[in-house]
Design a binder for this molecule. Structure first.
Ligand SMILES: Cc1cc2nc3c(=O)[nH]c(=O)nc-3n(C[C@H](O)[C@H](O)[C@H](O)COP(=O)(O)OP(=O)(O)OC[C@H]3O[C@@H](n4cnc5c(N)ncnc54)[C@H](O)[C@@H]3O)c2cc1C
Length: 392
């Protein structure tokens, strides 16, 4: 792969909206991605391997629990810093950002928000340092966009719970030490349970043959009469709102992350267009290519403003789930469109692993589907503005 020459676009001087701490956090992540991710990511994606050697570095830049308080091992940062870290990691690869998102927002967040003090002390510091890796089991083979229909269930057996069911499409499952699993109790109410690798009746088969997020490990979670200790139930919140609360946090991170992938595609295409000569001049000098590049920077700038404003509202505690849906949907669609256009600017070179664009483009096909599909987020906005849900 080509040497990483990334230069971040900032067309509206959005840096002026950031504090010194935000910029410091972003620079540390950006440098780390340049040094550790860019040189190895293409090969990892080609081989369909999650590069485990990145775990320590992710922990060091604060990517595991950026906003979790320091007393539990987190970085104690605000929501904008969290967003900027996700942006920089996804600039490198959406699969690596997925690992960080899952660990932070889908594993540490529910333990922090819905767990007991003992659970927080037992799991959070190890998750923050990367000593322990986690995954999040909500989606089932027959329940994706409609997780409330889940059939995974647990029964109270006196001194333990008996868990049965299966989860599909679970990021990090093949190597995770623990999983936060959502299942229904005997009354049909959804609860979160922490399950640990090695517990009897628990297996995590890997899902192969993905053309997308190839540097991220995906798999199943299978519970076959699995005994789960009672102290592993997350007691502070139940119902579908509990997993959806985690998704809010993760979707917010994706809204920033997608900007990173888009910036990388734009920056690569701009540089290539200025260097590539056809018909005696750089292709950047042709109006059709300028249209593509000008529209890209316009869309990136709009997405940056959306993410920044959402971050301010998240810091104030006023952002709604529907506002988060809008940003996730818009920014991922923006990124995938830019990846497709950028690939064309590179002509034949655009399909090779010499450049990051095709990898970003394929990765974004998962990002536009997971954590709520593009269409489901549109329905969330529709329900919010009309007051009439159109899901059923
Ligand atoms: C690589 C990858 C990693 C993932 N990681 C995780 C993870 O870590 N944990 C986890 O729990 N899940 C994970 N997922 C699952 C992901 O969240 C689901 O794939 C997603 O929610 C969509 O569910 P589905 O694939 O079953 O599609 P479906 O729900 O079957 O949807 C298929 C299509 O129908 C549309 N549709 C569905 N319902 C409606 C409706 N009411 N109105 C209009 N259109 C509708 C959808 O928009 C979509 O286009 C991952 C998925 C992928 C691909």
């Amino acid at each position: 792969m080509k040497a990483d020459q990334f230069q971040a676009p900032d067309y509206y001087n959005l840096d002026d909206l950031l504090s010194d701490e935000h910029k410091m956090v972003r620079e540390a992540s950006r440098e780390w991605v340049k040094r550790e991710v860019s040189p190895i990511i293409e090969e990892a994606a080609q081989k369909a391997e999650f590069p485990k050697q990145l775990i320590n570095g992710l922990a060091e830049i604060g990517a595991f629990g950026p906003y979790i308080p320091e007393e539990y091992g987190g970085a104690g940062l605000d929501q904008i810093s969290y967003g900027l870290i996700m942006q920089e990691i996804e600039r490198g690869d959406s699969g690596i950002r997925s690992t960080a998102s899952v660990q932070s927002s889908l594993v540490m967040y529910p333990i922090f928000k819905y767990g007991t003090e003992e659970q927080k002390k037992k799991y959070l510091p190890k998750l923050a340092s990367g000593e322990m890796m986690g995954c999040f089991g909500l989606t089932e083979p027959d329940h994706g966009s409609n997780p409330g229909g889940m059939t995974s269930n647990f029964k109270d057996k006196g001194d333990h719970y008996l868990l049965n069911g299966a989860k599909l499409w679970i990021s990090n499952s093949p190597f995770a030490d623990i999983a936060v699993v959502w299942a229904k109790n005997e009354e049909g109410r959804i609860h979160g349970l922490i399950v640990e690798r090695g517990m009897e009746g628990f297996s995590t088969p890997e899902t192969h043959n993905k053309w997308s997020l190839r540097a991220s490990a995906t798999g199943e979670l299978v519970f076959n009469n699995m005994k789960v200790p009672k102290e592993n139930l997350l007691p502070e919140k139940s119902g579908l709102g509990a997993p959806l609360g985690c998704l809010d946090s993760a979707r917010y991170g994706i809204a920033w992350g997608a900007i990173g992938a888009a910036m990388d595609c734009y920056d690569t295409a701009l540089r290539y267009a200025k260097e590539r000569i056809q018909f005696g001049k750089p292709i950047a000098g042709f109006q059709l290519q300028q249209k593509k590049l000008a529209e890209m920077i316009t869309e990136i700038t709009k997405a940056q403003l959306l993410a920044w404003r959402l971050g301010v509202m998240r810091n104030e505690g006023t952002a709604t789930s529907a506002q988060i849906s809008m940003a996730k949907r818009n920014n991922v669609a923006m990124a995938i469109n830019i990846a497709r256009e950028a690939r064309q600017i590179l002509g034949g070179m655009g399909i090779t692993g010499e450049y990051s664009i095709m990898r970003h483009m394929m990765n974004l096909e998962s990002v536009i589907t997971y954590e709520g599909t593009h269409d489901i987020h549109l329905l969330i906005t529709g329900a919010d503005i009309t007051g009439i849900p159109a899901f059923q």
